[in-house]
Design a protein around this ligand. Structure first.
Ligand code: SF4
Length: 758
């Protein structure tokens, strides 16, 4: 008999709500969930293939230990965790916390375990957390810190209500990233009163729906953005009232922008000057306008400068804090921190001297931090829900470095390329077998959080991450195996007291035991988690224990912003409001609204002490000035590495059968380039960069600019231990070709050569 259960898609950051039909333990149907507070029934074609994630031949069944001959043997959880614990303790004792690093802990919808895995970093007395976010977005976070006073001041965009939308380096038709992307794009495109502008070297599906497409030369975004800003200043299109009321530092910035040689910069971008002026005027004169950016901008040349310039577009025109503009948003799950390199120099890395941004370190530098000759090199690494051997820049460098580690532990659902190099591989329950959530709740004014209930019981020896890390901390002796007093209070705690007595007892315990303070998540899991119940969950599934730390987050949000939490429909006084929010999250498998703001609340998110936006960021003004002296380079062929297509999705799907089209992840190329290189549709070719070479299949695509070629991400997996399927695109990318501030790799601008092969 088919049962229908609610969950969310885990294939992109939108995490659309789903209703999944399940029959005899298998997914038989997938459709959009009308009751999801954000997606409201929307989904794209990818979600329908979710079964390929849940059931595939690379799933891990048991803990594995690598032997001297390189093969793996099955071990028990107790054996694996006891040995890992002893080896970690020895590394910490002999070399200190700087010898340990953690990588991952995420994916598109796998964030609940993050609260638990970060405890291990603290237990190891380390701060080295490397994540994919720091391969993409930390330049953006750094700019937010300088402009708004905190790297967590993240910006979202009200595309649905804007009169003018500027899409920069993003193709939401395939990459999504905005609410209900295809519906939103189609309605924008049909409305003659609204203007859509796309800036992209390729005529993407989104560009085809746009009013203006600026098909710029790759890597010239900074020149184009500087020119648009200079036109805004020259033509008096800045919002003087907004600048006077909300910003400081405009005079210094204005002087720089007035010096921009507009025509010359537009020539470098190789787009028509008249079109650029049209775009600048449309943006400057619109009642509301917003900018939506993604990796095409953030992983291209001048990455951090690009992030600064795109924000100046909406700031100089007063498009912040109103409907149809850019806005800040609330955050329920804290996925970022704030780290100012000017204040904390101690936690720079040994080899690169790299500082964290938002608490995160860039994967780009990790291989050399491992290979660094010296006492302070990284010796032990735990990789969780990530696959840097395939996704980090320069695959060969990653493989070499990972082999040199004294201890590599991988926690994953599948035997990934990184797992094959590990000393221990620990099988995690899939995202459909445990309580799970995403931290990408980036909506404004209404923001929601979706705690997903498990759809399936886990495989017998797979464990959810909260259990894995809690057991590991227990094996390391960091936390006791039981907390009798807290467990007793939690068990006695009737719902009507709203957990107040329990939280009081927990607070008292942590106040008297400094050693336990970093491990609040596991303590909540082992105590309150044991008695948490929800009537909406199936009794044969994992209990909601992993969600226990969300009580503390709900309490915090209710304390911080009670008005917005009440507007979202939750009731209670200052002691009980947080509990009401927590119960709503726990009891609504479709997701719950957590905050509802007014547009004017935007200003409460600003974190500079003077409550203003600081426009004159000295490092950025210097980078802007330096553009004038930058040599113009014209590689024979520029590769855009990492295209989002109809059937690719990070590394979540390993079974190649999930793709309906594009089985080889073809390299797309303009017909003129193909002709010049003697290639036709379906030709095999060798693509070579400074880092290495891979064989590719060619697909002719006149949507590209001549001189530009493109490969998708999410291929190259060695499914069932076989040869790589599709392009291992990071054999072509290098870690040195990167942003000087955030070390974000320039994946969207990789000089390559391509030659035909038999
Ligand atoms: S891939 Fe993204 S847009 Fe498509 S259904 Fe999944 S979450 Fe929604």
């Amino acid at each position: 008999m088919t049962v229908v259960e609610q969950t969310a898609c885990i294939l992109c950051s939108r995490n659309c709500g789903l209703r999944v039909g399940i029959d005899e333990g298998r997914i038989t149907s997938v459709r959009g969930d009308d009751s999801h507070p954000v997606s409201k029934g929307y989904l794209c074609q990818k979600a329908a293939r979710l079964a390929y994630y849940q059931d595939n031949d690379d799933r891990l069944e048991h803990p594995l230990k690598r032997t001297a001959d390189g093969s793996f043997v099955r071990v028990s959880w107790d054996e694996a965790l006891a040995d890992i614990a002893q080896r970690l303790i020895a590394i910490r004792r002999d070399h200190g916390g700087r010898a340990f690093a953690f990588y991952g802990g995420g994916g598109q919808g796998n964030h609940l375990g993050g609260a638990y895995s970060r405890q291990l970093v603290k237990a190891m007395k380390s701060r080295f957390v490397y994540t994919a976010l720091a391969q993409e977005k930390t330049g953006d976070f750094w700019v937010n810190g300088r402009l708004f006073g905190d790297q967590r001041c993240h910006i979202t965009e009200d595309v649905e209500h804007a009169d003018v939308v500027l899409f920069l380096g993003t193709n939401p038709f395939q990459a999504h990233g905005i609410p209900n992307a295809r519906d939103t794009l189609k309605s924008l495109s049909k409305d003659a009163t609204r203007t859509v502008v796309v800036v992209d070297p390729r005529k993407t599906e989104t560009a085809k729906l746009a009013d203006v497409h600026l098909q710029l030369r790759p890597g010239t975004d900074a020149f184009l953005l500087a020119a648009i800003l200079a036109i805004l200043v020259r033509d008096g299109l800045t919002d003087r009232d907004f600048l006077a009321a909300r910003c400081v530092g405009f005079e210094a910035l204005e002087a720089e922008l007035r010096a921009i040689p507009i025509a010359e910069y537009v020539r470098r971008a190789d787009v028509p000057l008249a079109d650029v002026e049209t775009v600048a005027r449309a943006f400057g004169r619109a009642r509301s306008a917003c900018v939506r950016v993604d990796l095409g901008l953030q992983q291209s040349l001048h990455s951090t400068l690009n992030s600064y310039l795109e924000k100046l577009l909406f700031l100089l025109t007063g498009n912040l804090g109103k409907k149809g503009a850019n806005n800040f948003h609330s955050a329920f799950l804290p996925i970022l921190g704030h780290t100012d390199e000017r204040e904390d120099r101690h936690w720079r890395t040994a080899h690169h001297g790299m500082h964290p941004i938002g608490g995160l370190y860039p994967p780009n530098i990790l291989p050399s931090e491992i290979e660094h000759e010296g006492e302070d090199r990284v010796r032990a690494l735990v990789v969780d829900s990530a696959n840097p051997a395939l996704t980090g820049a320069n695959t060969a460098a990653y493989e070499r470095a990972l082999r040199k580690l004294e201890l590599l532990v991988v926690v994953d659902v599948a035997m990934s390329e990184t797992a094959r190099l590990a000393h221990y591989v620990l099988p995690a329950a899939t995202q459909l077998e445990k309580w799970e959530c995403t931290g990408f709740n980036l909506e404004f004014p209404d923001n929601a959080f979706h705690l997903r209930h498990p759809l399936f019981p886990p495989r017998p020896e797979a464990l959810p991450e909260p259990e894995i890390y809690t057991r590991l901390l227990e094996a390391m002796g960091e936390i006791p195996r039981s907390f009798p007093v807290l467990e007793r209070i939690a068990a006695r705690e009737p719902a009507r007291t709203r957990h107040v007595a329990f939280l009081g007892a927990l607070g008292a315990r942590l106040a008297t035991s400094k050693k336990l303070r970093p491990f609040g998540a596991s303590i909540l899991y082992r105590t309150l988690g044991r008695v948490l119940r929800t009537d909406r969950a199936r009794p044969d599934r994992v209990s909601p224990a992993a969600a226990a730390p969300l009580l503390a987050l709900a309490m915090e949000l209710a304390q911080k912003d009670p008005v917005a939490v009440r507007r979202a429909g939750h009731r209670g006084n200052r002691f009980t409001l947080g509990h009401a929010l927590f119960r709503a999250i726990l009891d609504r498998p479709e997701g719950a609204m957590v905050t509802s703001h007014r547009f004017e609340d935007t200003w409460s998110f600003l974190k500079h002490a003077d409550g203003k936006i600081h426009l004159d960021v000295p490092e950025m003004l210097a980078s802007l000035r330096a553009l004038a002296n930058e040599r113009e380079e014209a590689p024979d062929l520029v590769l855009i590495a990492g295209d989002r297509r109809a059937y690719n999705a990070n590394q979540i799907f390993r079974d190649p059968a999930w793709r309906r089209v594009d089985p080889h992840g073809a390299m797309r190329m303009h017909p003129r380039d193909a002709h010049r290189l003697g290639l036709t549709d379906g030709s095999r070719a060798m693509c070579t960069s400074d880092a290495g070479e891979i064989e590719v299949a060619i697909e002719i695509d006149d949507a590209l600019r001549p001189g530009v070629t493109i490969l998708p991400h999410g291929y190259g997996m060695k499914y069932r231990g076989g040869p790589p399927i599709g392009p291992e695109v990071n054999r072509l990318t290098t870690s040195e070709h990167c942003d000087p501030i955030a070390r974000t790799p320039f994946h969207k601008h990789v000089p390559v050569t391509v030659r035909a092969i038999a």
